[in-house]
Write a protein that binds this ligand. Structure first.
Ligand SMILES: *Cc1c(COP(=O)(O)O)cnc(C)c1O
Length: 396
């Protein structure tokens, strides 16, 4: 909110697709906790599952049936997921996936993409998107140069840069958000994900797809199912916890059995697989059948096409890339193919647009480097109210 010149919005409560702030203002919420709430705020099935779990005890430090059920659901949906390790945040999951890749390959170098965000672990805070980009922090103080020295950053959708980096460095892992959404939504160019798969196969690097946002959102089995490209390790978060702190990393048995206590790669967490979080995640995933994705696609299309039309009518140049459950309004005359293009957007105009929407009861992600998060709770009426506000906001 600081980046668009506003005071923070303090949330008081949420219901479905709407959020009420501490001053009693009500908004159509397109942030939805930045991704976890695919089913909307306080969905009755999720609230009931969490309440029932709480009555049985909130934490044990021992396995529970719910985490096994959730892992089974993940394994059934996500092509690369044969074994699943639960953790509590996407940061932890990505950090642990990197440790596993380094252990499995005996190498240290990582390849990531400019503008991609993989949480705030030290090694992955190089040229990161999301809040790092919004606040214009190039690297972060407190992260020793030695720790990011092994992180090679290349532009998204740049085949030659990937090939050069793979030739020059012995890579432990190639990390990608298959549908990057932390520089705004920038979809992969045709064949790009397949290329990453081929480079990983050729060089022996572990291909890690960070599906913390795209997982269970863009399709039942995430971007990898939709694109038909299977990574070695998948990082999951956000939707998998249904609004509570759960995340996971998953992969083939051979690789995952390297993780302690079965193997020698240490990783643990006091609240990992927490009963409340796994209950919320499982209840959320059970709402996400095939029909849910049709609905989410229709809602997102209606919103994206409406925003593009409203901007056109007001004579404002925007690009509105969208996919199921995700879209970004880039204030740009040209299509946005990577982080450089996103950084070149008219951020002052974007900020003014966000302020104007907030004044009209619509809560957009207040950053040019984030995506809007349509949910199953957003109705045509929510979309239409948003488009009315947007027409005025673009004009203003
Ligand atoms: C949000 C996010 C993370 C970090 O997850 P946290 O739960 O916030 O630690 C990692 N990767 C991607 C792609 C994300 O969007």
């Amino acid at each position: 909110m600081g980046s668009i010149g506003r005071d923070p919005l303090f949330a008081a409560s949420g219901e479905g697709a709407e959020l009420t702030d501490a001053d009693g203002n009500r908004y159509v919420d397109w942030v939805m906790s930045w991704g976890p709430l695919v089913a909307g705020h306080a969905h009755p099935a999720v609230v009931e599952a969490v309440t029932r779990a709480a009555h049985r005890g909130t934490s044990f430090g021992a396995p529970t049936e719910a985490e096994v059920d959730l892992a089974a659901e993940v394994a059934e949906r996500v092509p690369s997921a044969e074994m699943v390790r639960m953790v509590s945040s996407g940061t932890e999951a990505a950090m642990s996936a990197v440790r596993l890749a380094r252990a499995a390959t005996g190498r240290t170098r990582l390849l990531k993409f400019a503008g991609a965000y993989h949480g705030h672990s030290d090694a992955l805070l190089a040229d990161a998107g999301s809040g790092v980009a919004t606040q214009g922090i190039p690297g972060s103080p407190g992260v020793p140069e030695a720790v990011t020295a092994d992180t090679v950053v290349v532009p998204w959708n740049d085949v030659d840069a990937v090939d050069c980096a793979a030739a020059e460095h012995e890579l432990a892992a190639i990390l990608a958000e298959p549908y990057p959404a932390n520089m705004g939504l920038v979809e992969p160019a045709a064949g790009f994900l397949e290329h990453l798969r081929r480079v990983a196969d050729r060089t022996g690097a572990v291909l890690v797809f960070d599906e913390v946002i795209s997982g269970f959102r863009v399709a039942r089995g995430g971007a990898q199912e939709r694109e038909g490209v299977t990574p070695d390790v998948t990082v999951l978060g956000k939707a998998i916890g249904g609004g509570l702190p759960a995340a996971a990393y998953a992969g083939p048995r051979e690789l995952m059995e390297r993780v302690a206590p079965a193997g020698d790669v240490y990783q643990a967490g006091t609240l990992s697989g927490n009963p409340l979080a796994t209950a919320a995640g499982l209840a959320t995933l059970r709402l996400l059948g095939a029909g849910a994705y049709e609905q989410l696609t229709a809602t997102t299309r209606r919103l994206a096409e409406g925003l593009e039309r409203a901007a056109g009518e007001a004579g404002v140049a925007v690009q509105v890339p969208w996919t199921t459950g995700l879209l970004t309004v880039f204030f740009s005359e040209l299509p946005v193919a990577g982080f450089g293009d996103a950084q070149g957007c008219d951020r002052a105009a974007h900020a003014a647009f966000c302020r104007a929407l907030l004044e009209r009861g619509v809560y957009p992600p207040p950053s040019q480097f984030e995506a809007w998060f349509p949910s199953l709770a957003h109705t045509d009426d929510h979309v239409d109210r948003t488009l009315e506000a947007a027409a005025e906001a673009f004009a203003a």
